[in-house]
Design a protein around this ligand. Structure first.
Ligand code: NAD
Ligand code: TDX
Length: 335
């Protein structure tokens, strides 16, 4: 199969390309990536001789038409992905997440190609801390931030193109990912690189918010399974049952793995509109497609974190040049 991977120079996309080259070498991979601040071609250096890399924008109709015509499946990761940035400047989120997805839908419709659309748990909004429910494929959409509302918009476009035009598409909504190559603006790599730089971790607000964490390789094994066995038109929830408060993640997990005292952190301003809790019920994916995550429960999460800490420790040249600018942008918000 010829895969066109959008956003393949970003965190999850690059890990997907590595995973594909290693575990599914029968596929030919072309990446299209605009190389925004979040995209780094060095993320693909180890596999660059095995793939085709195109620098370009998914909003570029002509380029997309040519690339989609020449592939079998589009795997669509490209997005503006960070909530805090969407609060500072929402426009790139509207442009890439909504208009970009529209361009992809029109190209796959024209050329009759398969699409897998990567989305997020955030489209469902949030749960109360004491709510026993988890998000399922049937949960109503209720996004909170400019980021999550543009991702929700993109999911609605995909669903409408499936129903109205009969395109061959699937959608997955995944929980919070962690692992190598994640931009240091995000929670886990921000705290790891803070500690490696002798800066205290920064916890928003009370730290009571809950996130459901998944190792990026578990997300990508799910994506491959959906590409192989997913039912056209269906949505799949992806989550590894690792929901923890941010307090626990910082106090008991990151600080412990990195050998620092439990109270070595700063409480900083909260995120406006901060979602309280995400929790995912991935039983459909497990039951229908036989998916099993590798990094589950507390032990799995701690193993994944240790590997991730080691990766950032061993790849300081990958993040050090960006660190002061990322922290300066946060400092302006009191974060
Ligand atoms: P990322 O920000 O690390 O990477 C995004 C990539 O897309 C970058 O390489 C960037 O250059 C590229 N890109 C941005 N705009 C583009 C455009 N107009 N044209 C072409 N390329 C463009 O994001 P990520 O964390 O790897 O997320 C990938 C996808 O997974 C996104 O769709 C995101 O919504 C979704 N997702 C992320 C998480 C998470 O925890 N990170 C969880 C669930 C779903
Ligand atoms: O410095 C921080 N301190 C802190 O307490 C940062 C950066 C975050 N946080 C909190 C905010 C969230 O409750 O940690 C939690 C996780 O924050 P992020 O890493 O920014 O992730 P989140 O906003 O939950 O969104 C992520 O998961 C869903 C991804 O960025 C999205 O792309 C994905 O869709």
């Amino acid at each position: 199969m010829k895969l066109l991977v959008t956003g393949g120079a970003g965190f999850i996309g690059a890990n997907f390309v590595h995973y594909t080259v290693k575990h599914k070498p029968e596929h030919q991979v072309t990446v299209i990536d605009k190389l925004t601040y979040a995209g780094n071609p060095e993320n693909l250096t180890p596999v660059m001789d095995k793939i085709n890399f195109v620098t370009g924008d998914i909003c570029d109709e002509e380029l997309l038409d040519k690339l989609v015509a020449d592939c079998d499946i589009v795997v669509h990761f490209a997005a503006e992905s960070h909530n805090d940035n969407s609060l500072r400047n929402p426009w790139p989120f509207v442009e890439t997440n909504i208009i970009g997805t529209y361009r992809i839908l029109e190209a796959v419709r024209k050329h009759g190609k398969r699409l897998h659309h990567i989305s997020t748990d955030e489209v469902f909004g949030d749960l109360e801390l004491d709510d026993p429910n988890r998000f399922t494929e049937d949960t109503a959409y209720n996004p909170s931030s400019p980021y999550s509302s543009t991702k929700a918009g993109s999911d609605h476009l995909v669903r409408a193109w499936i129903r109205s035009f009969g395109i061959k598409a699937t959608i997955s909504n995944c929980s919070n990912n962690y692992g190598p190559y994640q931009h240091i603006e995000k929670m886990i790599p921000r705290q790891i690189t803070n500690i490696l730089s002798d800066i205290k971790p920064k916890l928003y607000g009370t730290g009571e918010q809950v996130r459901d964490w998944i190792h990026v390789d578990d997300h990508n094994s799910a994506v491959h399974l959906i590409l192989e066995k997913g039912k056209i038109g269906d949505t799949y929830i992806v989550g590894a049952d690792n929901d923890h408060t941010n307090n626990k993640m910082v106090f008991e997990m990151i600080l412990e793995v990195m050998g620092k005292p439990k109270d070595w952190l700063d409480h900083v301003n909260d995120r406006p509109g901060h979602d309280m809790r995400y929790a995912m019920d991935s039983s459909k994916l497990r039951r229908e497609l036989g998916w099993q995550p590798q990094y589950t429960d507390n032990n799995g999460m701690m193993d994944g974190l240790r590997q991730t800490v080691a990766w950032y420790d061993q790849h300081r040249e990958w993040w050090q040049a960006d660190k002061s600018a990322v922290e300066a942008a946060y400092a302006k918000q009191g974060q």
